[in-house]
Design a binder for this molecule. Structure first.
Ligand code: UT7
Length: 325
């Protein structure tokens, strides 16, 4: 007996940024020893959004997911797999995915779990969901990147606090007769864990270590550009495509200099690169689906376009997804 091959396809996207933008000038006004000029020149970031204290990761995920479900023409009850990529979940447990499942009113026993791969989280989650769907075990996945990185920033460390923001992005991935996702690759090298980390934990009710993000910026920069080029070439080779076949590169939105350097190394023209970091900063696992959704809603990305999504982050982790939208 033979069965038709199952593919997976993104059928809807959504995103959400909390509150009003906080500009670089606002940060200076709040007493941070920085300048708009320094931040814009080194990162391309003009503003970020910071979630109010009562708003959690799963709240941001909820807003982005509702928009993605509407765009996909799906009801919460159609979802049988919920994956949230986050490093800033509401609690140690239950997972943000389980909380999101409840907030959406999904009552069908859909599997729900978080993926912790920092800024590569969304491409990790997409790779996992794609395999679940291709196996035939699940039909319709909600894949979300959601973060409240403002909670793990040391606002006295100007080298990191100006770079990050809060937000969420979501995609509904459904079984399809046609591709869809063409290739995925995910990687990690834990020997570089020290250059980007939040080295704290809870033990006996106390915080042990330092629960704030710390980073060796230049080491991260070099590592990121190298692996983003390599993993892009890896998924292109898997699919038998080349750089000229890419309609849009949607990279992790950390920094325009990393994005530009990666595009240059790939010989990809700047006009094929989606860049949204300027108005939301680095939102870690949320950044790729945020950028994707904004470009879809702006009418830049259209059905049938070939997209390369790729991310890199703490761990170190990195990965890419090549897909027909
Ligand atoms: O998801 C991955 C996330 N990580 C990243 O995207 C980061 C990758 N790294 C970078 O983008 C860059 O390394 C940074 C933007 C983080 C920093 O740029 P840099 O050119 O590597 O600067 P630096 O850390 O070498 O610092 C240069 C100077 C220092 O002053 P001195 O020692 O030369 O007097 C810093 O103290 O810039 C100073 N500086 C600042 N000045 C104003 C550092 N942060 C700030 C700031 N405002 N916010």
């Amino acid at each position: 007996m033979s069965s038709a091959r199952i593919f997976s396809r993104i059928i809807g996207t959504g995103s959400y940024l909390p509150g009003e933008p906080v500009t670089n000038h606002d940060l200076v006004a709040r007493g941070i020893n920085t300048s708009d000029e320094w931040i814009v020149e080194r990162t391309g970031i003009h503003a970020r959004h910071l979630a109010p204290e009562h708003v959690s990761c799963s709240d941001l995920a909820l807003e982005a997911s509702r928009r993605a479900l509407v765009a996909a023409g799906k009801e919460p009850g159609d979802i049988d797999l919920v994956i949230v990529a986050t490093s800033t979940p509401d609690f140690i447990f239950p997972s943000a995915a389980a909380l999101l499942q409840d907030k959406l009113g999904i009552r069908n026993g859909a599997a729900a779990f978080d993926v912790q791969a920092v800024c590569s989280g969304f491409v990790y989650a997409l790779a996992i969901a794609e395999k679940f769907i291709r196996s035939g075990s699940h039909r319709c996945a909600l894949v979300v990147g959601a973060e409240v990185f403002s909670r793990i920033l040391d606002w006295d460390d100007r080298g990191t606090c100006v770079l990050f923001g809060d937000g969420a992005g979501a995609a509904v991935l459904a079984a399809s007769d046609e591709p869809g996702i063409l290739a995925t690759a995910i990687h990690a090298d834990g020997s570089h864990s020290g250059i980007l980390s939040v080295p704290g934990q809870i033990c006996g009710g106390k915080v042990i270590g330092r629960p704030f993000l710390q980073m060796e910026g230049q080491a991260v920069f070099k590592f990121a550009v190298r692996v983003l080029k390599e993993v892009a070439e890896e998924v292109l080779a898997q699919a038998g495509l080349s750089v000229v076949d890419i309609d849009w590169l949607i990279p992790h939105q950390a920094n325009v200099r990393i994005i530009n350097a990666t595009a240059k190394k790939l010989a990809l023209p700047a006009e094929k690169v989606i860049v949204t970091v300027g108005h939301h900063g680095n939102t870690s696992a949320a950044s790729i689906p945020l950028a994707l959704d904004e470009a879809v809603r702006a009418g830049r990305i259209e059905r049938g376009d070939t997209l390369l999504l790729e991310g890199v982050g703490g761990g170190f982790t990195w990965g890419a997804t090549l897909l027909k939208f």
